[in-house]
Design a protein around this ligand. Structure first.
Ligand SMILES: [Zn+2]
Length: 135
């Protein structure tokens, strides 16, 4: 039994934040039986296969593209640390590390505290630095 299979696929990557790409892909196919193919009216100089491809290709194309766009548009950026979405962290958006403004600020404080600790603990200046010499 002869069948004709028409497949269309579409794939797109959307950059949610600087380093947060989201890829969506969709594939769809139709399979027409010989009976269905025979039912398709086709003109002179073309076969029922060609006519069927022409009829379905564009529709399938539009369908897969729309599905991909729907998926990408529905994707909300999520903070990689607290999992908050735009609703919970406000309109500030995510940093390029994928952090919301709250987490970015918190981590900033922690980093500064840590740097302060390191500063306190290192009594000896690093080699090559010109410290004030005791006279
Ligand atoms: Zn966060």
């Amino acid at each position: 039994m002869k069948t004709l299979r028409i497949t269309r696929s579409f794939e797109r990557t959307r950059q949610i934040a600087d380093f947060v790409p989201v890829k969506a892909a969709c594939e769809v196919s139709v399979e027409l039986s010989e009976e269905e193919l025979n039912a398709i009216p086709y003109g002179a100089g073309e076969t029922s296969d060609e006519r069927a491809r022409e009829m379905f290709s564009e529709k399938l194309d539009i369908f897969v593209r729309a599905e991909v766009e729907k998926t990408l548009m529905g994707y909300k950026p999520v903070c990689v640390r607290c999992g908050g979405t735009e609703g919970s962290f406000g309109k500030g958006g995510l940093t390029k590390e994928g952090l919301c403004q709250n987490c970015n600020t918190e981590i900033g404080y922690q980093a500064r505290d840590h740097a302060a600790d390191v500063g306190r603990n290192s009594e000896t200046p690093a080699r090559g630095t010109k410290g004030r010499s005791a006279t």
